[in-house]
Design a binder for this molecule. Structure first.
Ligand SMILES: Nc1ncnc2c1ncn2[C@@H]1O[C@H](COP(=O)(O)OP(=O)(O)O)[C@@H](O)[C@H]1O
Ligand SMILES: [Mg+2]
Length: 359
């Protein structure tokens, strides 16, 4: 997949931005704060329908304005298409491909496979399970449409079940049949999601090992454990088992909305025991594994977005990323750096052509 052209209006700090890209490597250079990362996020947002940074649509609008738009012309196997994402305050976000509206995000996600490697990836280790669920969900959703649909249904049913629990508590009564009307479908969606997450972790783990060994040698063994209450208990049973507690708390205390991934090195959680260097290696391996997985499932090389990797990583780890890019028939790379001369080094290392944009 290649992005040929990008046009922004009122996206973050850009009032207007337009550029035509090189099919191999593109670099955004310039001082801190000029908007290099924002450009990568614009590409990510167009591909995924959501900001990499978890920002709301409103937060993507340039301050003081009331709308933004991102438009991209993409190319895949000599087939070219336009994607337009626009959002106006108070309205629904609109996504269209060649002028045809895509009302469901699940139909749209996966059209443009993309992987970002960013210093903010460290949140995947340090922050709560929500960040790791988001990682999992966004990756699976790109190759499995049913997954995202089930997740949307699950989230909706869960919200309704929680409202009902509050309603019961507020009105001092309880109707098991009414609750059951939510529990049955909720459990069905949960089982489907759980099965897909299990498969996902099983497929990702060996690729992660291979990537990690290349970066850090084979002395350390990385692992991913999928933690879920559904590993032990079927979803419907779990709801029954927790009923008293849920009524008391007035929300659904456990289920796939509490799932987590535990990242390990030699069996120990990397969050607690991993050194800074091991954590960085792990995260790069995880992202490269993500790119591999997308590549093979979509049969399309993802667009790679590298935010400040020279600044934040040592030369050895950077070389591993570059080797990956070199040996994989990658789609296209976008890279940011404060120093244009470092970008030239990159191009020499890659033996690639590029366009450099000085912002
Ligand atoms: N919604 C917004 N409206 C206007 N400016 C924004 C918005 N969001 C972020 N910015 C600005 O974008 C700039 C940061 O851009 P960023 O892409 O992180 O820079 P760089 O990566 O080049 O260091 C900051 O000056 C920030 O204030
Ligand atoms: Mg930046």
């Amino acid at each position: 997949m290649k992005l040929n052209k990008l046009t922004l209006n009122n996206f973050k700090n850009f009032e207007h931005f337009e550029a035509e890209f090189h099919p191999q490597v593109n670099a955004f250079t310039g001082n801190n704060g000029v908007g290099k990362t924002n450009l990568l996020d614009a590409i990510y947002t167009l591909a995924m329908g959501k900001s990499y940074f978890g920002l709301t649509n409103r937060q993507l609008i340039r301050h003081g304005q009331n709308f933004f738009s991102i438009k991209g012309r993409f190319n895949r196997d000599n087939d070219s298409f336009d994607i337009l994402l626009k959002y106006r305050e108070g309205e629904k976000k609109s996504l269209s491909v060649n002028g045809k509206e895509y009302p469901r995000l699940s139909d749209y996600i996966g059209l443009v496979p993309v992987v970002m490697i960013s210093p903010y990836d460290r949140d995947l280790i340090s922050e709560s399970g929500e960040t790791r669920r988001r990682f999992t969900d966004r990756l699976i959703a790109q190759y499995d449409k049913d997954y995202l649909n089930n997740l949307i249904r699950y989230t909706r049913s869960l919200r309704q079940r929680n409202s009902l629990l509050k309603y019961f508590a507020a009105n001092g009564y309880f109707d098991p049949d009414r609750l059951d009307a939510f529990d049955r479908p909720l459990a069905r969606y949960a089982e489907a999601i759980h099965a897909k997450r299990q498969q996902f972790v099983q497929s990702l783990a060996p690729i992660l090992s291979e990537k990690y060994a290349r970066i850090a040698g084979s002395g350390e063994q990385p692992g991913i454990t999928y933690r879920s209450a559904l590993n032990q208990t079927a979803a419907y049973e779990l709801l029954q088992k927790n009923l008293e507690r849920d009524r008391l708390l007035q929300y659904t205390s456990d289920g796939i909305h509490r799932d987590d991934l535990i990242f390990t090195l030699n069996g120990h959680p990397i969050k607690k025991f991993g050194s800074q260097g091991q954590q960085k290696s792990f995260l790069i391996a995880l992202r490269l594994a993500e790119a591999d997985m997308l590549f093979s499932r979509k049969n399309d090389a993802p667009i790679l977005l590298f935010d400040d990797i020279f600044d934040k990583l040592d030369p050895g780890r950077v070389r591993q990323i570059l080797d990956y890019v070199k040996h994989r028939r990658f789609g296209q790379v976008f890279i940011t750096d404060t120093h244009p001369e470092r970008v030239s080094l990159l191009l020499d290392a890659l033996d690639r052509q590029a366009r450099i944009f000085e912002l």
